[in-house]
Design a protein around this ligand. Structure first.
Ligand code: MCN
Length: 712
């Protein structure tokens, strides 16, 4: 089957199995027990082949050919391939300008950083129920998808069934976190089996299958370099990445960006020249590379720049808050064009940083840290981590972003019924982000209809207008904008109706909460409920009856939310155990539609970031066996381990979003991983440590303590 990244992936292994737990056979039965017996009866003769787990080794001259089906092809979906296991090389920025800057720089710093392979691990695994009606030639599939419309398009292209006869329904899917964007063999097998058998077929995977064979995230092997003046002003950035894509290139990225939006890696800083190169590589691991609470590869990019700027501060013996202050893009520089060509819409980084440092009393924390370092009898050491990140959210302007050629706009259709209640149908699909509340809130606020009588419907391709789904924190910035624009069309028509009913000109009307009032005459008004009735009952001559609007919103730009996170850790010198004493998260997502939902999303994202920094890891032994693919081993934090989160905000609206809103849901994950990691590295910064590999388990931290003779 085709992948979203322009490669092909096996539905079932054809002669060669590329990774452990790859699907080799499908058994269809009338109940689960018979199916299990059928699976047990399948005999596969495996012949052992050489295995490549390390993407660097995959590029060695004599590395085994992993994808024989591509043998002899010198060109992939993203240009020339220089090696049989090489997928693409993608670059952005100006390499010769960067070389020149590095040659004359007073100071340079270089860090090798690994963002290890992790898994989004949603609460429920993936599944589908496919039902093909041979009489009508119609296919209905209930499917755990974060992007049901594009799945319908692909199913139609592959099966030849007209798109109008395919209905993909994505109800509550038990969480997605990027894991449910792509198409998996299980979905395909369920659909094919139903077409062949003419009856409904269900597939639901178990936890081990989900962790082992569905889309992973990260696995970026990064080298970053900064050039700076002795005073700490960064003058150039260079980044090189080996991206492990597993056995098939199935990353879910916009077509033009095989490395997602990784080129946001200049972060919140005014860096005049920059260059990055990302090389995609095949290995014997499961495919994926999805946006696990990330706008494509923004998480990796933020980790890289935040760790690099800390290392530079250490080299220059500068405080990490100070180096940020010197390099931040200033408020008066927005809209700001980065060296990679992004146009940052708005920001105020200095205010955010100052607010956080004041809230935690940064100077006192630093003094306490120094005292602990000086006291050999102190049972703990202390670290302070800082991350001041900028994201690029809201994919996206279709001039830049498409999936399989379909532009990444989004849509909303609103119908106001005669009695004044309303339904909005959307191209997005909530997996727990509470769209039902926030979209209804936008409509309620703009139309003056109570949110109690506004119904929001998502994830149903047969009724909703086409949309690209929910991931990459794009719902508020793209679909939320579509809601606002659709609602404004209704508002404009309602005004015409009110003018007609009140027998005045439109310019004589004022809007107040839920009604149009005749200016200067408080007694004469029409409420939205009255206007809705009139729309179906007595519209003026020449006006279409009804009160309905559809809007497809193609954003003019991305939005650039930002935040400053500060983390304080205490590390036990006896055990290496890390305790997060304080975590202060300030986010700026522009206009805040629903503060309570934002807070919920931030708590969830911080908890996931904590999980990644402290324990989540998909590792493999040399034979390619996945280690720890059950929840006994894979770290999903509960309330017991999770620290207390303190949240704060500033508001810098987006100038181009109709509500001024920017996305928020993934910021807490993106920002917390470097903040926590930085705090742990900071504990050892006075000893020259600039980087420690995640996850920061107690054993790994203890080994660092031991190395420096600090264990108690
Ligand atoms: N919001 C708001 N004001 C803003 C921005 C957002 O009130 N200025 C609200 C929104 O209206 C929405 C929520 O906050 O109700 C999140 O909005 P947004 O940032 O647009 O993110 P999305 O809705 O597009 O959600 C995607 C994001 C991603 S990328 C992952 S992965 C993720 C996440 O959301 N997966 C989740 N949060 C999740 N939460 C749950 N419970 N389950 C998942 O699978």
């Amino acid at each position: 089957m085709p992948t979203l990244a322009g490669d092909v992936a096996a539905v079932l292994a054809d002669e060669k199995v590329h990774f452990q737990m790859q699907e080799v056979a499908v058994v269809v039965a009338v109940d689960r027990y018979i199916a299990a017996d059928g699976v047990a009866a399948v005999e596969v003769e495996y012949e052992e082949l050489p295995v490549v787990i390390d993407p660097r080794k995959a590029l060695e001259k004599d590395a085994p050919v992993l994808r024989e089906d591509l043998a002899g092809k010198e060109e992939g979906a993203h240009g020339k391939c220089y090696h049989h296991n090489h997928i693409f090389s993608w670059e952005a920025g100006d390499t010769s300008a960067v070389d020149a800057v590095f040659e004359r720089a007073e100071v340079t710093g270089k860090e090798a950083l690994l963002y290890p392979r992790v898994h989004p691990c949603p609460l429920e695994t993936c599944g589908a129920v496919a039902s093909f009606d041979p009489v009508r030639g119609e296919l209905t599939t209930y499917l755990t998808s974060q992007a049901p419309h594009i799945v319908r398009t692909v199913v139609s292209m592959l099966s030849g069934i007209p798109e109008s006869k395919i209905r993909i329904v994505s109800p509550d899917i038990g969480g997605g976190f990027g894991n449910k964007v792509g198409v998996y063999p299980g979905y395909v097998c369920a659909i094919v089996a139903s077409i062949v058998l003419g009856r409904p077929v269900k597939w639901v995977e178990d936890r081990i299958e989900n962790l082992s064979s569905t889309a992973f995230a990260r696995d970026y092997h990064m080298t970053g370099e900064l050039a700076a003046t002795r005073e700490g002003k960064i003058i150039g950035l260079r980044a090189h990445v080996i991206a492990d894509h597993g056995a098939f290139d199935a990353c879910a990225d916009p077509t033009k960006y095989p490395a997602g939006l990784f080129h946001i890696c200049s972060g919140s800083y005014d860096i005049p020249v920059a260059h990055c190169m990302v090389e995609g590589v095949y290995t014997n691991k499961a495919p994926g590379g999805v946006a696990y609470r990330s706008s494509f590869r923004v998480t990796e990019a933020v980790y890289l720049i935040e760790r690099m700027i800390d290392a530079l501060a250490q080299k220059l013996k500068m405080d990490k808050a100070e180096i940020r202050r010197i390099n931040f893009i200033r408020k008066d520089q927005f809209p700001y064009t980065s060296a990679f060509g992004f146009e940052y819409d708005s920001g105020d980084y200095h205010t955010a940083l100052d607010k956080v440092l004041t809230a935690v009393d940064y100077a006192t924390l630093r003094a306490e840290q120094a005292a602990k370092r000086a006291d050999p009898d102190s049972p703990t050491l202390m670290g302070i981590g800082l991350a001041s990140f900028t994201e690029v959210l809201g994919a996206g302007p279709s001039k830049m972003c498409d999936i399989l050629g379909v532009g990444m706009f989004d849509s909303c259709e609103i119908r106001v019924h005669p009695t004044g209640s309303a339904i909005a149908r959307m191209g997005t699909i909530s997996q727990g982000q509470a769209h039902e509340t926030t979209y209804a809130q936008i409509i309620a606020t703009e139309l003056g209809i109570s949110s109690d009588v506004i119904q929001i419907e998502e994830g149903e391709t047969s009724t909703a207008p086409y949309g690209l789904g929910t991931y990459g924190s794009r719902s508020t910035t793209v679909a939320g904008a579509a809601v606002a624009m659709a609602v404004r069309k209704i508002h404009a028509k309602a005004k015409k109706l009110a003018a007609h009913l009140l027998e005045v000109g439109e310019n004589d009307l004022d809007w107040e909460i839920d009604r149009f009032k005749v200016r200067g005459d408080t007694e004469r008004f029409k409420t939205m409920t009255e206007i809705a009735w009139a729309a179906y009952n007595k519209p003026p001559a020449g006006m279409e009856p009804g009160l309905k609007a559809v809007h497809y919103f193609d954003p003019p730009n991305f939005t650039f939310p930002f935040g400053v996170y500060l983390c304080v850790v205490d590390i036990d010198k006896g055990t290496g155990e890390t305790k997060i004493r304080r975590f202060y998260a300030l986010d700026d997502c522009g206009t805040r539609i629903n503060p309570m939902i934002i807070d919920g999303q931030i708590h969830g994202g911080l908890t996931e970031g904590f999980a990644v920094a402290m324990g989540q890891l998909l590792s493999f032994d040399e034979q390619g066996n996945i280690q720890g693919n059950s929840l006994m081993d894979y770290f999903v934090p509960t309330a017991v381990e999770t620290p207390h989160w303190e949240t704060d905000f500033t508001v810098t609206p987006s100038p181009h979003h109709p509500l001024g809103a920017k996305g928020v849901a993934e910021s807490p994950h993106v920002g917390s991983v470097p903040a926590i990691s930085a705090a742990i590295v900071d504990t050892f910064a006075h000893l020259g440590v600039t980087n420690m590999d995640m996850p920061h388990t107690a054993y790994r931290v203890w080994k660092t303590l031991k190395l420096h003779g600090l264990t108690h």
